[in-house]
Design a protein around this ligand. Structure first.
Ligand code: AMP
Ligand code: MG
Length: 315
């Protein structure tokens, strides 16, 4: 398949109209979008990514008025989160509208909904005129793409179009909050922090990840975010001597920095999150065998960052 690479949201939207899939920038990571009302187009997402079909997709909207097409009702807690955090890196899990295909929701009676804040994403969604279901625009199992070049490396020839933008700002995926239960529960940590959510809804909890028999967020059981290199978490100031062909990313300088093929020192957890997936991809290109990643405190963006680092390390 020929892949069109364009800077024009209106050209990209035409591919959606024709039932094709389009990769587009958002503030979290690049997404791979299809018309939520077109089952054939949704199938193309799973095929292009090699994504298991029991992993649900998030629906993206440009306007709040589009919510009625996607969900059956908006509970009061969800309403408060919408007022505080839409548009932004927050996905709300709500009871799905009966017309939404079970293919999009992986058989669930709920749907994740998000309104991106990225200006190009918003222009594109407006030009499409329909909500788009969109997972991250990477091959399944690879780190999520934070640049259009990363999308091209994974999906060129497998999708109809890539809408270009800059490197994404947040660099990690959205926070997923289940709003269908007694209290709001974080199913996946992400761009909106637990602390921010609690300023609006103090009762917000982190879902118990132990309940693996019936995961509420099916995608979370899969290996994610992993480079080809082995990822090792290090806890400052303890540090093992770097192995050959290794790289390091963290907040503090490692001992013997010259021993590493690649080193990145980040100012704070936000910058670390912003850089991580791109760093993983660059290490793979260099043929690095081991990536040492400094563990961080689990406050603020540190919660989502540690979730991704642990998944990358333990696979
Ligand atoms: P991705 O778009 O690749 O970042 O993956 C989206 C993730 O959001 C899935 O893997 C799920 O973990 C979560 N998710 C999406 N929709 C739902 C839903 N209806 N219920 C629970 N979790 C969801
Ligand atoms: Mg993904």
């Amino acid at each position: 398949m020929k892949t069109k690479i364009t800077q024009s949201p209106t050209i990209a939207a035409r591919f959606i109209e024709h039932g094709d899939v389009v990769a587009f920038p958002t503030e979290t990571v690049y997404g791979l979008g299809a018309n939520v009302f077109n089952e054939d187009a949704i199938r193309k997402i799973f095929a292009a990514k090699g994504r298991p079909t029991d992993n649900p997709l998030i629906a993206h909207i440009a306007e709040l008025s589009q919510l009625d097409q996607l969900v059956q009702e908006i509970p009061p807690a969800a309403q408060k989160l919408i007022e505080a955090f839409f548009p932004g890196p927050l996905t709300l899990v709500l009871p799905k509208h009966k017309t939404i295909s079970l293919l999009a929701t992986a058989g669930l009676q709920t749907i994740g909904v998000r309104m991106p804040s990225h200006p190009i994403a918003r222009q594109f969604l407006r030009a499409c005129g329909v909500p788009l279901v969109a997972p991250s625009a990477n091959l399944s199992g690879r780190p999520s793409p934070t640049t259009w070049q990363a999308v091209r490396d994974d999906l060129f020839g497998r999708i109809a179009c890539i809408l270009q933008g800059d490197q994404t700002k947040v660099g990690l995926e959205s926070t997923v909050v289940d709003c269908t239960g007694r209290v709001p529960q974080i199913l996946r940590a992400g761009g909106v922090t637990l602390e921010q959510l609690r300023t609006v809804l103090p009762e917000t909890e982190i879902a118990d990840a132990q309940d693996a028999s019936a995961p509420k967020s099916p995608g979370q059981k899969y290996r994610h975010y992993a480079p080809q290199a082995k990822v090792v978490l290090t806890h400052f100031p303890q540090f093992t001597v770097p192995a050959n062909e290794s790289a390091y990313i963290g907040l503090h300088e490692p001992p013997q920095p010259a021993m590493f093929d690649k080193v990145m020192i980040c100012r704070d957890a936000e910058q670390y999150a912003h850089a991580l997936f791109q760093f993983f991809r660059e290490c793979d290109e260099l043929g690095v065998k081991t990536i040492f990643c400094q563990a961080v405190g689990e406050e603020g963006m540190g919660l989502a960052l540690m979730d991704r680092l642990r998944r990358a390390a333990h696979g």
